[in-house]
Design a protein around this ligand. Structure first.
Ligand SMILES: [Zn+2]
Length: 45
């Protein structure tokens, strides 16, 4: 699964810089984005 596919499944995704995003956590009722997503240099996730 690519990072973009992960981001498609999350809510309120915001880019925080190169290869970094924050989003609402799908595992609980997240009002504010508290989940950090980062892309590794090799493209894995
Ligand atoms: Zn959570």
């Amino acid at each position: 699964m690519s990072v973009s596919e992960v981001l498609d499944r999350l809510e309120k995704v915001r880019r925080r810089g190169r290869g970094r995003w924050i989003a609402c956590c799908p595992a609980h009722d997240d009002r504010n984005p508290s989940l950090a997503i980062g892309e590794r240099d090799d493209g894995g996730c």
